[in-house]
Design a protein around this ligand. Sequence first.
Ligand code: CAA
Ligand code: NAD
Length: 283
Amino acid sequence: MTIKKVMVIGAGQMGAGIAQVCAQSGFNVLLNDMNEAALEKGMKNIEKLLTRAVGKKRMTDRDKTDALRRLNSSTELKDAHDCDFVIEAVVENMEVKKKVFGELDAVAPKHAILASNTSSLPITEIAAATNRPEQVIGMHFMNPVPVMKLVEIIRGLQTSDDTYKAIESMTNKLNKTPVEVKDFPGFVSNRVLMPMINEAIYTVYEGVASPEDVDTVMKLGTNHPMGPITLADFIGLDTCLYIMEVLHEGFGDSKYRPCPLLRQYVKAGWLGKKSGRGFYQYS
Ligand code: CAA
Ligand code: NAD
């Protein structure tokens, strides 16, 4: 099938990044969020990043104008009625995602593929909220989307080969590298990355070192581009906690127990960079 029109649901850091990359790659895009302020912020951020790319001579002014012309905003899921492909990037919560997929299934055209950018949740279960599980797939972009080259593609139990091929081809068109991964908690990226971040938070919790020192050790000592505490703030502490909970529950192994400090920060509303405060202050 040919994908021409795309809807991205959730205009947060991931959804806005996915919408930007799709619009830059020639797709017509609707960026959807139920929160108008979040939608406006996401659209403004895309424009800012494209302007920056023009300033850095990574794209022409004409390319920027064309990309912005292909990008429109939406606050209604029913706007998916003429989309060939819909990707969801809302909060990492199974009940919320199932609700979105159930509603989408009712409004999206029969041929449309429905994807989730979930970091860790089972695609098979998300697919079961629809009447088209063979057309549901995981398409896991990395943050920041315009920069990171990887997309993990996750087949649910019933995902068809045609759906897989269409998403693999789309990933290539977005100039990203696809890697197929089985439907297991955390897939590969977060099964490996998130326990490392959780362990880094434990070292802070246990007073082994300050957040700054943990980050310095991992940056200078192991050549990570960002220290794990900065990375946790960058990803969002709520997202980190939800992923650890999925790993903990999915594998039933205490080695995935989320650090109590991570829980406490999320309860306080300290969600990292996006909320202005996490382990560090942003403003
Ligand atoms: N959005 C878009 N572009 C961004 C960006 C953002 N949030 N942050 C940085 N960039 C771009 C900059 O514009 C810059 O491009 P130009 O040079 O063309 O201007 C380029 O990235 C490099 O940025 P900087 O020089 O400012 O900073 P840097 O060299 O430290 O790189 C970084 C920034 C790419 C984010 C780097 O620190 C990095 O790779 N960090 C680790 C990122 C990572 O691990 N991501 C995966 C997170 S896990 C995940 O995504 C999965 C999940 O489910 C949670
Ligand atoms: P975010 O909090 O920045 O944005 C989520 C957006 O979804 C918000 O703007 C919110 O208003 C919107 N939203 C919530 N429910 C909605 C609904 N029912 N309909 C429409 N919009 C709705 O979150 P994020 O960091 O962009 O993460 C989104 C998804 O991407 C999560 O599943 C997360 O696990 C995954 N992910 C995150 C990262 C990361 O580094 N943050 C990386 C890869 C994947």
